[in-house]
Ligand binder design. Structure first.
Ligand code: AMP
Length: 188
């Protein structure tokens, strides 16, 4: 089984590229953000707990997302692997992922990192706010908080996956097709 981490700042294009990547390489796409938004929409206790944190641009607790990921690993069959979009977002989550995958006798295949400059992050999120109407894209202070959380809590994963020899950085600036071709080339 393949275990790909799809990494990048908010607005880098992870959600945009994930579908094509999953289809091309027969992977199950798991977006923790999407799973959390479904829990909120369904009004579950987990969703209620996560909503205030997400609406403020903060991360939900590591154990919550780790539990969601492991449940998917346990239940999804008939794929060649998993494409993790928006997970891990902290070093603790990356350690938990390493352990979860090791318990299955496997290891993380690669961290595919979509990189865009900070200036473009704001532009892309403003554009997405108009298209998708996500509450956490609509307010400047929430977007800024997410970017700050990315820099302080998530960016250390670049060094983490570089040290593990798993880090593949892709230029995320360009058309959707151009970026997809770059990704396919490193995954092939
Ligand atoms: P995303 O759709 O990936 O931008 O995620 C939307 C929001 O869900 C984030 O701003 C976080 O509040 C929460 N979230 C998603 N994935 C994680 C994660 N791996 N760890 C903690 N919080 C997460």
């Amino acid at each position: 089984m393949k275990y790909y981490v799809l990494f990048g700042p908010p607005g880098a294009g992870k959600g945009t590229q994930a579908g094509a990547m999953a289809e091309r390489f027969h992977l199950c796409h798991i977006s923790t953000g999407e799973l959390l938004r479904s829990e909120i929409a369904a009004g579950t206790p987990l969703g209620m707990e996560a909503k205030a944190l997400i609406d403020a641009g903060n991360l939900v607790p590591d154990e919550v997302v780790e539990g969601m990921i492991e449940a998917k690993f346990d239940s999804v069959k008939g794929v060649d692997g998993f494409l993790l979009d928006g997970f891990p977002r902290t070093v603790a989550q990356a350690d938990a992922l390493k352990d979860m995958v090791a318990r299955r006798g496997e290891s993380v295949t690669a961290c595919v990192s979509l990189m865009i400059p900070d200036a473009l992050v704001h532009e892309r999120i403003a554009h997405r706010a108009q298209l998708e109407g996500r509450a956490d894209d609509a307010r400047d202070e929430v977007v800024s908080n997410r970017i700050q959380n990315y820099h302080s809590k998530t960016e250390p994963l670049i060094a983490y996956y570089k040290a593990a020899g798993l880090y593949c950085e892709i230029d995320g600036v360009g058309t959707i097709d151009e970026v997809r071709e770059r990704i396919f080339k490193v995954m092939a």
